[in-house]
Design a protein around this ligand. Structure first.
Ligand code: FMN
Length: 129
Protein backbone atom coordinates (compact mmCIF):
# COMPACT_ATOMS: atom_id res chain seq x y z
CA UNK A 1 0.00 0.00 0.00
CA UNK A 2 2.68 2.53 1.03
CA UNK A 3 4.83 1.40 -1.88
CA UNK A 4 1.92 2.11 -4.19
CA UNK A 5 2.15 5.71 -2.96
CA UNK A 6 5.86 5.82 -3.79
CA UNK A 7 7.04 5.36 -0.17
CA UNK A 8 9.79 2.76 -0.12
CA UNK A 9 11.38 3.36 3.28
CA UNK A 10 10.61 5.33 6.44
CA UNK A 11 13.15 6.86 8.83
CA UNK A 12 11.81 7.03 12.35
CA UNK A 13 13.29 9.90 14.34
CA UNK A 14 12.11 12.27 17.02
CA UNK A 15 14.85 14.79 16.22
CA UNK A 16 15.90 14.74 19.85
CA UNK A 17 19.54 15.01 20.71
CA UNK A 18 20.31 17.89 23.09
CA UNK A 19 17.12 17.12 25.06
CA UNK A 20 17.49 13.35 24.87
CA UNK A 21 19.13 12.94 28.27
CA UNK A 22 16.04 14.49 29.87
CA UNK A 23 13.59 12.55 27.73
CA UNK A 24 15.01 9.06 28.16
CA UNK A 25 12.58 7.12 30.33
CA UNK A 26 9.62 9.34 29.47
CA UNK A 27 6.59 7.58 28.04
CA UNK A 28 4.42 8.85 25.23
CA UNK A 29 1.45 6.89 23.89
CA UNK A 30 2.49 4.01 26.17
CA UNK A 31 5.91 3.82 24.52
CA UNK A 32 9.05 4.72 26.47
CA UNK A 33 12.12 6.46 25.08
CA UNK A 34 15.07 4.12 25.63
CA UNK A 35 18.54 5.15 26.80
CA UNK A 36 20.63 3.65 24.01
CA UNK A 37 18.11 3.27 21.23
CA UNK A 38 15.73 6.15 21.77
CA UNK A 39 12.94 5.10 19.43
CA UNK A 40 13.37 1.36 19.14
CA UNK A 41 10.02 0.58 20.79
CA UNK A 42 8.29 3.01 18.42
CA UNK A 43 10.00 1.27 15.52
CA UNK A 44 8.77 -2.12 16.72
CA UNK A 45 5.19 -0.84 16.91
CA UNK A 46 5.40 0.82 13.50
CA UNK A 47 6.83 -2.33 11.99
CA UNK A 48 3.67 -4.20 12.99
CA UNK A 49 1.61 -1.84 10.87
CA UNK A 50 3.64 -1.30 7.72
CA UNK A 51 5.53 -3.41 5.24
CA UNK A 52 8.19 -1.01 3.99
CA UNK A 53 11.67 -1.06 5.59
CA UNK A 54 12.28 1.13 8.62
CA UNK A 55 15.40 3.10 9.53
CA UNK A 56 15.62 4.08 13.18
CA UNK A 57 17.95 6.78 14.48
CA UNK A 58 18.88 8.08 17.90
CA UNK A 59 21.13 6.96 20.72
CA UNK A 60 23.18 4.22 19.08
CA UNK A 61 26.79 3.99 20.28
CA UNK A 62 27.48 0.26 20.57
CA UNK A 63 27.73 -2.01 17.54
CA UNK A 64 26.98 -5.03 19.73
CA UNK A 65 23.71 -3.45 20.77
CA UNK A 66 22.77 -2.59 17.19
CA UNK A 67 23.49 -6.19 16.19
CA UNK A 68 21.48 -7.54 19.13
CA UNK A 69 18.46 -5.37 18.28
CA UNK A 70 18.82 -6.34 14.62
CA UNK A 71 18.83 -10.04 15.55
CA UNK A 72 15.95 -9.70 18.02
CA UNK A 73 13.65 -7.54 15.89
CA UNK A 74 12.70 -7.03 12.31
CA UNK A 75 13.95 -3.43 12.23
CA UNK A 76 15.83 -3.06 8.98
CA UNK A 77 18.30 -0.15 9.27
CA UNK A 78 20.12 1.82 12.01
CA UNK A 79 21.29 5.38 11.48
CA UNK A 80 23.76 7.40 13.52
CA UNK A 81 24.15 11.15 13.59
CA UNK A 82 26.36 12.57 16.36
CA UNK A 83 28.62 9.48 16.55
CA UNK A 84 29.52 9.96 12.88
CA UNK A 85 30.08 13.69 13.33
CA UNK A 86 32.51 12.80 16.12
CA UNK A 87 34.14 9.87 14.30
CA UNK A 88 33.52 9.91 10.54
CA UNK A 89 35.49 6.63 10.30
CA UNK A 90 33.40 4.89 12.97
CA UNK A 91 31.80 2.29 10.72
CA UNK A 92 35.15 1.53 9.09
CA UNK A 93 36.81 0.90 12.44
CA UNK A 94 33.92 -1.30 13.58
CA UNK A 95 34.23 -3.31 10.36
CA UNK A 96 38.00 -3.51 10.94
CA UNK A 97 37.35 -5.13 14.32
CA UNK A 98 37.79 -2.23 16.76
CA UNK A 99 34.30 -2.44 18.21
CA UNK A 100 34.74 -0.12 21.15
CA UNK A 101 31.72 2.17 21.52
CA UNK A 102 31.45 5.43 19.65
CA UNK A 103 33.42 8.17 21.40
CA UNK A 104 30.53 10.61 21.10
CA UNK A 105 29.55 11.88 24.55
CA UNK A 106 26.15 13.13 23.29
CA UNK A 107 26.85 16.72 24.32
CA UNK A 108 25.17 17.92 21.11
CA UNK A 109 27.63 20.78 20.87
CA UNK A 110 28.29 19.62 17.31
CA UNK A 111 25.56 21.97 16.08
CA UNK A 112 27.41 25.28 15.90
CA UNK A 113 26.93 28.63 14.21
CA UNK A 114 29.87 27.68 11.97
CA UNK A 115 28.45 24.36 10.85
CA UNK A 116 28.21 20.86 12.28
CA UNK A 117 31.39 19.37 13.72
CA UNK A 118 32.56 17.73 16.91
CA UNK A 119 33.76 20.28 19.42
CA UNK A 120 34.28 17.78 22.24
CA UNK A 121 37.20 15.93 20.70
CA UNK A 122 38.55 18.67 18.45
CA UNK A 123 38.14 16.23 15.60
CA UNK A 124 37.47 18.99 13.16
CA UNK A 125 40.61 20.95 14.01
CA UNK A 126 42.90 17.91 14.14
CA UNK A 127 41.70 16.14 11.03
CA UNK A 128 39.91 18.48 8.68
CA UNK A 129 41.17 22.04 9.04
C1 FMN B 1 24.24 18.74 14.30
C2 FMN B 1 22.94 18.03 14.12
C3 FMN B 1 22.11 18.35 13.05
C4 FMN B 1 20.88 17.68 12.88
N1 FMN B 1 20.07 18.02 11.84
C5 FMN B 1 18.89 17.38 11.68
C6 FMN B 1 18.02 17.72 10.61
O1 FMN B 1 18.32 18.62 9.80
N2 FMN B 1 16.84 17.05 10.49
C7 FMN B 1 16.48 16.06 11.39
O2 FMN B 1 15.41 15.47 11.24
N3 FMN B 1 17.29 15.72 12.40
C8 FMN B 1 18.45 16.35 12.57
N4 FMN B 1 19.27 16.02 13.62
C9 FMN B 1 18.83 14.94 14.55
C10 FMN B 1 19.50 13.63 14.17
O3 FMN B 1 19.03 13.20 12.90
C11 FMN B 1 19.19 12.52 15.18
O4 FMN B 1 17.79 12.30 15.27
C12 FMN B 1 19.68 12.84 16.59
O5 FMN B 1 20.95 13.47 16.57
C13 FMN B 1 19.77 11.56 17.43
O6 FMN B 1 20.62 10.61 16.81
P1 FMN B 1 22.14 10.35 17.35
O7 FMN B 1 22.01 9.89 18.78
O8 FMN B 1 22.67 9.28 16.43
O9 FMN B 1 22.87 11.65 17.25
C14 FMN B 1 20.49 16.67 13.79
C15 FMN B 1 21.35 16.36 14.86
C16 FMN B 1 22.55 17.02 15.04
C17 FMN B 1 23.42 16.64 16.22
Amino acid sequence: MLEDLGIHIIELSGNIHATAKDMVGQTFDNITIQKDAYFIDYAKELKKEINVPIITVGGFKHIEEIEKIYNDTNIDFYALSRPLICEPNLIERWIDGNTTPAKCIRCSKCRTANGNYCTAFNYYIENIE
